[in-house]
Design a protein around this ligand. Structure first.
Ligand code: 13P
Ligand code: SF4
Length: 305
């Protein structure tokens, strides 16, 4: 079967089997084309609450599939490729967080959505890269522990000096591997280009960027901008999507190292197999974990609008 035949088969099977396919913006174009919805982590979380289908296939990484399961426990939720995890989601354990809570009574624990469901059980609220500033600024509490991403945390801390934000030394191994010197070199090579970066990049990079935002935020900014050239400081798939959607503009990767192997793990054939009921992994979470962890997601959605 060629790509379009596989895509037609997926479209047929998802109708027959009442399946909704959600794809994170980092997925490849062939998957985006058969998805019912593509977006950043925040948009996918909100959508997970409203989709009516009996089965949801999440093309992304494990914490995203867990979020769908928490918001719709009655649904069958399948992670398209069982190996697709986000390394950042597992950087801290419950004991570490509980110890800090004991040492700082009353502190609010805000978790980046890139955390496991288990870790969310000891947190108060979640944020995504697109909702972080709005949500943290709206919190009653001044004292906040933000986990796990020190780069996103530093970005929030710099923007909200009125808050007392404690950070731990976690982060995305892909975005945080890029040094500011690479961004400066790219700017020199493309002097007309605007630099658009994800807040998971190091703070020195966010400081010299023309725009800092989520994956969808970066895409919307580039599409709506009157500028013609852009350096993209996030996963390379966004460069490819933008180049496809805006053929009259030029997009350059900030670094060739911006490739997330977990986000690339899912193939179109994985999605086909999930639709046939023979692939992927069905997400199961015990009711106690769901009850405790979903509060963070609900709090995020109610404060994030
Ligand atoms: P968004 O929240 O921008 O979709 O990003 C998720 C992610 O994993 C970025 O690396
Ligand atoms: Fe996790 Fe980084 Fe990959 Fe995003 S790019 S899924 S934060 S490892």
């Amino acid at each position: 079967m060629n790509i379009s035949e596989v895509q037609s088969e997926i479209k047929k099977l998802k109708k027959e089997n009442d399946i909704c396919i959600l794809a994170h913006s980092y997925q490849t174009h062939d998957i985006v084309e058969i998805a019912d919805f593509t977006g950043d982590s925040y948009a996918l979380s909100k959508l997970a609450k409203t989709t009516k289908n009996k089965t949801v296939i999440m093309c992304g990484v494990r914490f995203m599939a867990e979020t769908v399961k928490m918001l719709s426990p009655e649904k069958k939720v399948i992670l398209s490729n069982p190996t697709a995890g986000c390394p950042m989601a597992e950087q801290f354990d419950i004991d570490t967080i509980n110890k800090i809570k004991q040492q700082h009574p009353g502190i609010t624990v805000a978790a980046y959505i890139n955390t496991t469901a288990r870790l969310k059980t000891v947190c108060d609220i979640c944020v995504t890269s697109s909702s972080a500033l709005k949500i943290i600024s709206a919190l009653d509490s001044k004292d906040i522990l933000f986990i796990p991403d020190i780069n996103l945390g530093t970005y929030i801390k710099n923007k909200l000096p009125e808050k007392n934000i404690m950070l731990l030394d976690g982060g995305c191994p892909v975005h945080s591997s890029i040094d500011v010197s690479e961004a400066i070199e790219k700017k020199k090579a493309h002097p007309e280009a605007l630099l658009l970066v994800h807040p998971e990049c190091r703070p020195e990079i966010s400081e010299i960027a023309d725009y800092v935002g989520s994956t969808s935020g970066i895409m919307d900014f580039a599409k709506n901008s009157s500028s013609k050239e852009f350096i993209i400081g996030t996963e390379a798939s966004i460069v490819a999507h933008l180049q496809y959607e805006c053929p009259d503009k030029r997009f350059y990767a900030m670094s060739d190292a911006l490739v997330c192997k977990d986000m690339r793990a899912t193939t179109l054939v994985d999605v086909l197999n999930c639709c046939k009921g023979v692939g992927g992994e069905e997400i199961t979470l015990d009711s106690d974990t769901i009850k405790k962890a979903v509060k963070c997601i609900d709090a995020m959605i109610s404060l994030g609008g």
